[in-house]
Ligand binder design. Structure first.
Ligand SMILES: Cc1ncc(C[n+]2csc(CCOP(=O)(O)OP(=O)(O)O)c2C)c(N)n1
Length: 576
């Protein structure tokens, strides 16, 4: 029996196990929306902006490991997804985005709501495709899920012209055969054995774990490697949670806002074991001064990531989990090295760096320090919450002061640094984890970029919590102006910040506010008890900066630290 392309599409999604789609309707995609109207298996979550839909699907994917699914209309609906797609692409997040398209005969004619979304999205998708024949729809859906979630994961976009989804064909669920797509999963055995020997010989080795460890589900194997070799581990922003932040071998995050001790250890190390990370400039700082004495082992599923930014002595292309399994076995069974004094001396040196400059800040009794809010969130949740962030200082403080012990509990836009990411991402994570505490740690600037999703959270009765570190500034940019532009605050003072409590209430959510340090804990406790969407407005010290900081382009051990004595504040006239 022949059925419509729209029906084939919906049936294909069911075969892929899709339970939730994030989307927004429009004319050319209406036939699919109509089918989803009373579907019992798939729930469509209507966001208030297509960008929100993609970030929500992204949060869903990061917190579950399954691809997030998006359905939007053509033209503006499709172009509104681009920031979300680019965000997912930079962080290797599996997404499948379906956009409606005008009928094939109108494509290229500047038809109403036509945009060349395949062309526009090409540089920021792993794969994209225009469906031209109704008979291909099932195959395209199947392949797009496969491509999005295997190898180095990433977003896939499929454009669905109206006439193709209206045409009819038999439903056939095909096998996947993609000739040109063959990711390498098994690392080269000889290279892995060379890596094991190098690790055995090293005196001051260090593991740098990235988002690839999370994506490949290799947290257990990473912990085993650290335990066998007794080596310290630093986790990139994307790698937070891949190794327990509270473990004594953890050095926290490296790089621009990383810990003093992680950066010192990198610069002093004789071997870097880089796992599922891509030597982003925020990690390396000045490239030719990066880890000057270290040999580098680089394990990554994507061969194009290896040797892109740094010289590599032992490249291993493969799935991190599989490579680490083999590496650990060789270290245990063939090498059986006891490092004894050598390792003790290295760990002692690191301990000294930890004591010299611990990750800290100046506490105040009078004004709320943003770091204090993050610390309190960690203390009260005991680390058992899914944390998303916006972008800016809020993101860095969350990374520095919340200890992530488990993977997939940390959702942040690392590569693209997308303001407006955190709230919709938290919505997506809450949909996939209805009983978990999900908190978006936000800046007052970023939250306003997708604040309309309050409606999505309220309608779906999502108990998402948003902790706004409200400094009335675009804080991170203000920090740069303060350090590098002589305190000329060009267009970073927000002047009008909405009353977040009233705004939450206007949407039917709950709003709470803390203006003094003593109010922080009661506000958090109350918010965590409420089973509804809650905005918490923490009115924080406006001038606080994120330290340590490596100025852009400097070597990573040339860090700026917080001044011990605070200068008297210069009052800006518009600041409350
Ligand atoms: C969409 C987007 N536009 C601009 C920027 C540049 N940017 C980076 S951080 C930042 C300030 C963020 O301010 P806020 O959300 O208030 O957070 P805070 O730094 O104060 O915690 C800006 C404008 C960005 N990252 N994303």
């Amino acid at each position: 029996m022949k059925i419509s392309g729209a029906e084939i599409f919906v049936e294909s999604l069911k075969r892929e196990g899709v339970k939730h789609i994030f989307g927004y309707p429009g004319g050319v995609i209406l036939n699919i929306f109509d089918l989803l109207y009373d579907d019992k298996d798939i729930q469509l979550i209507l966001t208030r902006h297509e960008q929100g839909a993609v970030h929500a699907a992204d949060g869903y994917a990061r917190s579950t490991g399954r691809p997030g699914v998006v359905l939007v209309t053509s033209g503006p609906g499709a172009t509104n997804t681009i920031t979300g797609i680019a965000t997912a692409s930079m962080d290797s997040i599996p997404l499948v985005v379906f956009s409606g398209q005008v009928p094939t005969m109108l494509i290229g004619n500047d038809a109403f709501q036509e945009a060349d979304i395949v062309g526009i999205s090409r540089p920021c998708t792993k794969y994209n495709f225009l469906a031209k024949d109704v008979k291909d729809i099932a195959k395209i859906v199947r392949e797009s899920f496969h491509i999005a979630s295997t190898g180095r994961p990433g977003p896939v976009l499929i454009d669905l012209p109206k006439d193709v989804t209206s045409a009819k064909a038999e439903f056939i669920w095909p096998e996947i055969k993609i000739r040109s797509y063959n990711p390498t999963y098994e690392g080269n055995r000889w290279m892995i054995s060379q890596a094991a020997h190098l690790i055995a010989k090293s005196r001051k080795a260090l593991i740098i774990a990235g988002g690839g460890v999370v994506l490949s589900g290799a947290a257990r194997e990473l912990k085993e490697l650290a335990e066998i070799t007794e080596l310290p581990v630093t986790m990139t922003l994307m790698g937070l949670g891949s190794f327990p932040g509270s473990n004594k071998l953890s050095l926290g995050m490296p790089g621009m806002h990383g810990t003093y001790y992680a950066n010192k250890a990198i610069q002093d190390s004789d071997l870097l074991i880089a796992i599922g990370m891509r030597f982003d400039d925020r990690v390396t700082g000045k490239l030719d001064a990066f880890a000057p004495n270290a040999k580098i082992i680089h394990i990554d599923i994507d061969p194009t990531s290896i040797k892109k930014n740094v010289r590599v002595d032992i490249p291993i292309v493969g799935d991190v989990k599989r490579v680490l399994t083999v590496l650990n076995r060789i270290l245990k069974e063939e090498i059986k090295e006891q490092w004894g004094e050598v390792r003790k001396a290295w760990l002692r040196q690191i301990e000294i760096w930890k004591q010299e400059r611990p990750m800290t800040y100046t506490y105040s009794d009078e004004v709320i320090k943003p770091q204090f809010v993050v610390e309190k969130i960690y203390e009260l949740t005991k680390g058992d919450a899914i944390i998303s962030t916006e972008v800016g200082q809020n993101q860095m403080w969350a990374a520095q002061f919340y200890k992530f012990d488990k993977p997939r509990m940390w959702l942040t836009s690392g590569g693209l640094g997308t303001m407006g990411y955190g709230f919709p991402a938290a919505i997506g994570a809450q949909i996939s984890h209805p009983n978990k505490l999900v908190i978006d740690i936000a800046g007052d600037g970023s939250i306003q970029m997708n604040i309309q999703e309050l409606a999505t959270a309220v309608i779906n009765k999502l108990p998402v919590k948003v902790a706004i570190l409200n400094n009335r500034y675009l804080g991170m940019v203000r920090q740069w102006q303060e350090l590098f532009f002589g305190e000329r605050y060009s267009h970073t003072h927000l002047e009008v910040v909405p009353d977040f409590v009233k705004l939450a209430e206007a949407y039917g959510a709950i709003g709470l506010r803390a203006t003094k340090p003593s109010e922080v804990e009661p506000v958090l406790k109350e918010a965590f008890k409420i089973k509804k969407t809650v905005f918490m407005d923490f009115v924080v010290h406006w001038k606080e900066k994120v330290f340590p900081m490596v100025p852009a382009g400097a070597p990573i051990d040339q860090m700026l630290f917080e001044e011990v004595k605070e200068k008297p504040e210069k009052k800006l006239k518009a600041v409350k």
